[in-house]
Design a binder for this molecule. Structure first.
Ligand code: LP5
Ligand code: MN
Length: 248
């Protein structure tokens, strides 16, 4: 069990905002969420793909990125603990971004104590085991050697590479069956069994839902977080359990 333990106020979970200056709606929703909703929480967990594409912490030079980070820092300074887990879009988020955003970086996956319930958190892409092309790509870009080589390139070159890989990814996805881009049920079972939890919260698939499943005869739940393309959405958990909420 990791050090995170919650017992008092509501704990909020968000993911897949895909924030970029090119898409103003999710950014507006995010700033509204930080102003009106998040301050009432004990903690906020961001489970990946917070940014559309993060090519290195020098990307904080973009005023849009700096503004988003400052917004989170304000929340953290006001006493809401902020945690960040990387997704497949922002796995290069580093310590400088963490300092600017005031968040604690969590490993994927990790277990937290949520009002007495051990809860497994993940971005979710690692459970998409029916998509071997993606898993091979993921394995490559998560190595220290690949990341050091990539981060040594000039910012503009990294941005161009990210654009190119986004295009390749969209082309690849157009040829994939929708089912293989969802999580694999056996991967979910194995992860929950290994972690010894009765609840899993993840994002990535943009298929928001509450799924019920049995793990070794025990009733369990899996919450999938929504993206923020059309409206804002988050999971709010307290000692009575979790609730999916959308706004405005
Ligand atoms: O992101 P999403 O949800 O649309 O699709 C994902 C998978 N795609 C990805 C790629 C990201 O979108 C690109 C992120 C760029 C920002 C990171 C910046 C730093 C890295 C820069 C890299 C050069 O994650 C998609 C899944 C889908 O989720 C559902 O799970 O299917 O996977 C793919 O489409 C991947 C293709 O199947 C395989 C791509 C092969 C590319 C091989 C080139 C490797 C060389 C890299 C160096 C240029
Ligand atoms: Mn993702």
């Amino acid at each position: 069990m990791s050090a995170q333990r919650h017992g008092d106020g509501p704990v909020l979970f968000i993911s897949d905002l895909h924030l970029t200056p090119e898409r103003p709606a999710p950014a507006a929703l995010f700033h509204r969420f930080i102003r009106d909703i998040a301050p009432h929480a004990e903690a906020l967990y961001i489970l990946g793909d917070f940014f559309e594409a993060w090519v290195g912490d020098d990307d904080l030079g973009l005023p849009f990125h700096a503004g988003v980070a400052a917004s989170l820092k304000g929340l953290a300074d006001a006493g809401v603990r902020v945690y960040f887990m990387a997704g497949n879009r922002d796995f290069l988020a580093g310590p400088r971004l963490a300092a600017h955003a005031g968040w604690t970086h969590l490993a994927d996956p990790c277990v937290i104590d949520l009002h007495g319930h051990p809860t497994l958190l993940s971005h979710g892409d690692a459970y998409c085991t029916d998509d071997p092309a993606y898993q091979a790509f993921r394995q490559q870009v998560r190595t220290a050697a690949w990341q050091a080589d990539f981060l040594a390139k000039p910012l503009e070159e990294r941005r161009a590479m990210a654009r190119a890989i986004r295009e390749r990814s969209e082309q690849a996805k157009a040829g994939k069956k929708p089912d293989i881009m969802d999580v694999n049920p056996d991967a979910i079972l194995a992860a929950m069994r290994q972690a010894g939890v009765t609840r899993l919260i993840h994002g990535h698939t943009h298929r928001p839902a509450r799924h019920f499943l049995r793990v070794d005869g025990v009733e369990c739940e899996r919450w999938v977080l929504p993206d923020w393309y059309e409206s804002g959405g988050y999971l709010a958990c307290d000692s009575n359990g979790c609730q999916a909420r959308t706004f405005p």
